[in-house]
Every structure is written in C-alpha cells, then in structure tokens.
Design a protein around this ligand. Structure first.
Ligand SMILES: [Zn+2]
Length: 146
C-alpha cells in the first residue's frame, strides 16, 4: 500500500503519544523554587501572595499574562473541592462533628482556604505548567520577560 502525500510517517509522531511530564520540574516548583534556575523564590511561593512577578535570580517572569493565573485557581478549587470538603463530609458521616459544625466548617473552608492556599496553588500550577511544557522555560529558548 502506498502512502499519500499527506500521510503521517511514524517517525514524525511523538513516541509517547505527544504528552510528556517532567516530574523534576514539578517537584522543584512545589518546593518553592524557580522552575528554571531552581533558586529559592523569596516568600512569594510560600505565603499568601502567590507567585512573585519574576525570579530574582534569573529574571524569569512567573506571573504571565493572558489568564495564566487561572491555573492556580483550578488547583485551589481542586484542593478544596476534592481535599478539604470530603474530609469535612467524612468527619460528619463518622460522627466526629455534627451537622451544624460541619456546615460551618464547610463555609469557613470555602471562604478561607482559597486565600490560605494561594501560595501552594501557585507552586502546584507552575509545576504543572512547566512540567508539561518545559520548552516554555527561558533556558529552553523562551524570552525571560514574556
Ligand atoms: Zn529563576
């Protein structure tokens, strides 16, 4: 069988199905280090402020434009919806807390945890983004001020 002029050659396809993940970059970000140069980011990724605008060591822009922050919000939502709220539900179902206390805990978790988890959510988001797209790092050729 002859392949047509637009047939894909097997060597042109990624060997892993097109998706790869670099866990080292994810762990680096989760620890509060720059995804590119691994320098510690001063307070920004461990506190309430989320990510600083740039890495002080290499100048890499960490707060990119165009809705980049939405990834951190998704992480925050996931941690609360699939982490904190099920724990409160389990505490209620096992009788550790009553219905009123569980309701108050859930409301408090929904209102307070997004603020408290902001730094962690940014760390996890940067790790997810650059773990899947390491070619977006300045050391891979992207402009540091982008
Ligand atoms: Zn850096």
């Amino acid at each position: 069988m002859r392949a047509g002029p637009f047939a894909l050659q097997s060597s042109a396809l990624p060997q892993n199905g097109g998706v790869s993940f670099r866990p080292g970059i994810f762990v680096r970000c989760a620890r509060g280090l720059c995804p590119d140069c691994a320098a510690p980011l001063p307070g920004g990724l461990t506190g309430l402020l989320g990510a600083p605008a740039r890495c002080p060591a290499c100048g890499m822009g960490l707060r990119r434009g165009g809705g980049f922050f939405l990834g951190a919000i998704v992480w925050s939502y996931g941690l609360i919806a699939f982490g904190a709220l099920p724990l409160i539900g389990a505490a209620f179902l096992t009788g550790l807390v009553g219905a009123q206390a569980a309701s108050r805990l859930a409301v408090a978790a929904v209102l307070l945890l997004p603020v408290l988890l902001n730094g962690l959510s940014w760390r996890l988001w940067l790790g997810t983004y650059y773990g899947f797209l390491p070619e977006q790092l300045p050391s891979s050729g992207r402009r540091a001020d982008d």
